[in-house]
Design a protein around this ligand. Structure first.
Ligand SMILES: Nc1ncnc2c1ncn2[C@@H]1O[C@H](COP(=O)(O)OP(=O)(O)OP(=O)(O)O)[C@@H](O)[C@H]1O
Length: 231
C-alpha cells in the first residue's frame, strides 16, 4: 500500500485583485509531500514561491484548486480551525525575525507548545531539550537581541520542530546568514526533521540547500515543475 502524502496540492491557482487589474500569480500547481521527505521550491524572484508556500501552509487561501493537509481539505477550515491546524501540525522557519523579542529563547521555543495546550513547566522543559539539540543550552535564558543571527536561526529551527509537527515550512532559512552559519542551520534543520519523521518544504535561492532535497520543484512564472527522486 502506498502511504498518503502529508500535503497535497491539486491544480492550485492564486489571483490577486479583480476585473481589469487581476494578477494571476499561480497557475494549476500540483505537489505532493510525504512524511520524511524534503521538497525544495526554487525559482526566480517574483515567480510565486512564497505565494504558493503561503497557500500550502494555510496562511493564504488559493483562488482555485485544492490543498489537503493530513487528509483535511484546508478550504473547509474557518480561520480559528486553520490557526489550530497551523499551531498543532506546522512548523515555520522564516529568513529572519522568527523570534518574539520580549521572550527569552526558551520561552520562544516553548510558545508553540503552550499554544497547543501544554503546561508551562512541561513546555519549558521540552523547549530546553530542543535548544540543547541545536547547541543553545547556554543561551536558553538570553533574549533574541542578545544572540547572533546564526543562534537566532538555530533557535527558530528548535521552535519549528519542538511540537513534533507533521510538516515544516522553511522560507529562505539561511538567506540572512554567512556560509558557515547557513550550513550549520541547514544541517540542524535536516537532522531535527529527520529525527521526527516530518516532511519539509524549503523555499530557497541557495542551490546547496536545494541540492540536499529529495525533490526540487522549480517555479517559473507561477507554474511549478517538480523533478527528483521518486519517494
Ligand atoms: N497581495 C498581493 N497582491 C498583488 N500581487 C501580489 C501579492 N502578493 C504577491 N503578489 C505578486 O505575486 C508575484 C509573486 O510573488 P512571490 O512573493 O510569491 O514571489 P517569490 O517567488 O516568493 O519572490 P522572492 O523570491 O523575491 O521572495 C509577484 O509579482 C508579486 O508582486
Amino acid at each position: 500500500m502506498t502511504a498518503s502524502p502529508v500535503l497535497r496540492a491539486e491544480g492550485v491557482s492564486r489571483e490577486f485583485g479583480r476585473g481589469e487589474t487581476v494578477t494571476k500569480v499561480l497557475h494549476d500547481c500540483h505537489l505532493e509531500v510525504y512524511a520524511g521527505q524534503t521538497v525544495a521550491i526554487v525559482g526566480k524572484s517574483g515567480s510565486g514561491k512564497s505565494t504558493f508556500a503561503n497557500c500550502l501552509s494555510g496562511l493564504d487561501r488559493p483562488t482555485g484548486g485544492r490543498i489537503t493537509l493530513l487528509g483535511q481539505d484546508l478550504a473547509e477550515l474557518d480561520e480559528p480551525r486553520m490557526a489550530r491546524m497551523r499551531a498543532e501540525h506546522i512548523g515555520f522557519v522564516l529568513q529572519k525575525d522568527n523570534l518574539v523579542p520580549t521572550l527569552t529563547l526558551e520561552e520562544n521555543v516553548a510558545a508553540p507548545l503552550i499554544m497547543s495546550g501544554v503546561k508551562l513547566s512541561a513546555a519549558l522543559e521540552r523547549a530546553r531539550a530542543a535548544l540543547a539539540e541545536v547547541g543553545l543550552t547556554h543561551r536558553a535564558r538570553s533574549w533574541p537581541g542578545q544572540v547572533s543571527g546564526g543562534e537566532a536561526q538555530r533557535a527558530a529551527v528548535a521552535r519549528a520542530c519542538v511540537s513534533e509537527p507533521a510538516i515544516v515550512f522553511a522560507d529562505e532559512p539561511t538567506g540572512a546568514l554567512d556560509e558557515e552559519n547557513g550550513l550549520r542551520v541547514q544541517e540542524l534543520l535536516r537532522a531535527m526533521v529527520k529525527e521526527r519523521g516530518a516532511a519539509t518544504v524549503i523555499i530557497t535561492h541557495d542551490l546547496d540547500l536545494a541540492a540536499g532535497a529529495d525533490v526540487v520543484a522549480t517555479m517559473t512564472a507561477g507554474t511549478l515543475r517538480a523533478a527528483g527522486r521518486v519517494f
